[in-house]
Design a protein. Structure first.
Length: 574
């Protein structure tokens, strides 16, 4: 692909590189060693979420250098920049987790502002940890310049006394330790071997779920999201992505040509088929919002309801992301779903070909059992289920992959923060058969909609994972397992029913029927609502306060701006 033949007449970078008036702008580019020929080429933003917070992000800067070589080889001019990440494994279980979902918006906003401010013509985005994946994809769809997404890759599994472990096992070991099931020395041994390399959490938690989405939705090259971070072969995908984005500029293939309603349905399908993170039900509506497409929690749940669960992945199953890649990768999963009518094959992808065309030469691997054929699933219904009822008129979500019992009824025990509930769990101040309710942890009420992995993992570690249920207007980690319902809406902070219930109220959850009900009449709920008062949070200034002022409901993705449906211009068309 010869970028020299690409006219800048309609590319954003003409505003900073073309004509006598842009001499001052070009002087800055010369200062960084660019030649006149490089300045005349399309400028490609190479955005990474590199930082030293966690292994998820540590390899991204190195991988970005290879992307830049690919861009340059195709006669484009790469311009590297970084954005933030907040890594959930570090933020989990304390107030830092309130920064996590907020960071998704900051990532999307900061990439948008960098691209707009410097008039870059295309974007290659590299992401590793949970919120950085949807944040980067949201920016791509919002800007609508030719874009390719790259996942930094998963971590390798740890090994503890002959078995594979992940960070999920460390969180659960904390619960085991709290009841004396393991010693201090054993806990130390587990924490020291669980995470042996660079890369994002290795099972089908949120990062790998959204990486699977990236391939299925068409924004990432086939196979690129499955290769673990330490594998040097990742450089082939990085280089190819840099080259390919130049082809997308030449052909004017943009993210909104790729992220259509059908593509979003494909994305929801692979989430359910892999027993993926419930967080996808938050991120897919947010990505849709950037394209001006209505695709809310109930739309996601409708896809989940009819999708078979076919990938035997942790936390509900036994394999990790590395295993699926070596069995045939995400294309193997997509191939069987496509062959049995669960995917739309006519969706455009960043290869310049349709999803079906990408799958033409993918053959089934009979010698593996990580992914089942779609006509011989683990279960006939998906690994994730949407719920609705008088306790959640705007919906809720639960991961059922690996669960045997899909109904639960019990009295409520209410907590107004995660810390309160975690303390009760740690002290064993709860009873078998109860429904633990954590509220005022929603997008607005938290603020920030924290994940509850520390609490759920502690319950599982105590052997109570199947003996209590937990519901929240907050979120759960992709590593969460057990009867845990999140995204309950409306949230408590805006007067939702979850904020009106009291200890002892009987809650019934039925993941087969898709219902979540509290045994209270409409009249009783209305009477309680009259005496309900809004609560102030501790965040009355700063970024988290700012987020709380604009964030919408979890049903629509907890987004903070009106989206493409309201835009009067698109950056790519300036």
């Amino acid at each position: 692909m010869d970028a020299k033949v690409i006219s800048k007449a309609k590319l954003p970078s003409r505003y900073v590189t073309e004509g006598p008036a842009r001499a001052p702008h070009r002087s800055y580019l010369y200062a960084m060693g660019l030649s006149a020929a490089e300045i005349a080429q399309p400028l490609v933003g190479v955005a990474s979420c590199w930082n030293e917070a966690a292994p998820c992000n540590i390899s991204l800067m190195r991988q970005a250098q290879v992307v830049k070589k690919g861009v340059a080889a195709a006669n484009g001019t790469p311009r590297e920049f970084c954005t933030i990440t907040v890594t959930d494994g570090i933020a989990m279980g304390h107030q830092g987790m309130k920064s996590s979902l907020v960071s998704r918006e900051v990532i999307a906003d900061s990439v948008e502002l960098t691209m707009r401010g410097h008039c870059y013509d295309a974007l290659v985005g590299l992401a590793g940890c949970d919120k950085s994946l949807p944040g980067m994809m949201m920016a791509m769809v919002r800007l609508n310049v030719p874009s390719i997404f790259i996942y930094g890759g998963s971590i390798l599994p740890g090994s503890y006394r002959g078995r594979q472990i992940t960070v999920q096992d460390v969180f659960e070991a904390v619960g085991q330790h709290s009841v004396g099931a393991i010693s201090d020395a054993e806990l130390l041994e587990i924490e020291q071997v669980a995470c042996p390399s660079a890369g994002s959490c290795g099972a089908q938690f949120t990062a790998n779920t959204m990486a699977t989405v990236a391939e299925a939705i068409g924004l990432a090259l086939p196979y690129s999201c499955g290769a673990p971070a330490p594998y040097e072969m990742r450089d082939r995908f990085n280089f190819a992505s840099g080259e390919k984005v130049m082809e997308l500029i030449a052909k004017n293939i943009r993210p909104r040509d790729i992220v259509t309603l059908k593509a979003l349905e494909n994305a929801a399908t692979v989430v359910s088929a892999t027993g993926g993170s419930t967080n996808a039900a938050l991120h897919l509506p947010a990505i849709a919002h950037e394209a001006g497409i209505k695709f809310d929690l109930f739309d996601v749940a409708a896809i989940f309801e009819k999708t078979p669960y076919i990938a035997d992945l942790k936390p509900g199953g036994k394999y990790v992301a590395k295993d699926m890649f070596e069995a045939g990768g995400i294309p193997l999963l997509m191939k069987t779903l496509l062959d049995h009518g669960y995917l739309h094959g006519d969706c455009m992808t960043v290869t310049g070909r349709t999803l079906a065309e990408n799958m033409e030469h993918v053959s089934w691997n009979e010698s593996q059992d990580v992914v089942r054929p779609a006509d011989r699933p683990i279960t006939k219904t998906g690994g994730v289920v949407g719920l609705k009822g008088n306790l959640a008129p705007e919906g809720a979500i639960v991961k059922v992959a690996g669960m045997s019992e899909l109904k639960f009824t019990g009295p409520a025990r209410c907590f107004d923060s995660e810390e309160e509930c975690f303390e009760a769990v740690t002290q064993r101040n709860y009873l078998e058969g109860e429904v633990l309710v954590i509220r005022y942890e929603g997008p607005r009420g938290g603020p920030g909609m924290r994940e509850m992995l520390s609490t759920t993992a502690a319950l599982y570690g105590q052997g109570m994972g199947g003996k209590v249920a937990l519901i929240t207007d907050g979120r759960f980690s992709g590593a969460t397992r057990g009867f845990c319902i999140g995204h309950v809406g409306p949230e408590a902070a805006v007067g939702g029913p979850i904020g009106l219930i009291k200890d002892g109220d009987v809650i019934s959850i039925d993941a087969l029927k898709g219902t979540i009900e509290v045994a209270l009449s409409d009249a009783e709920l209305a009477a309680r609502a009259k005496s309900w008062k809004a609560r102030k949070t501790d965040y009355q200034s700063g970024a988290i306060w700012k987020y709380a002022q604009t964030v919408g409901s979890a049903r629509d993705g907890a987004v903070t701006h009106p989206g493409a449906a309201k835009e009067t211009h698109c950056y790519a068309d300036i």
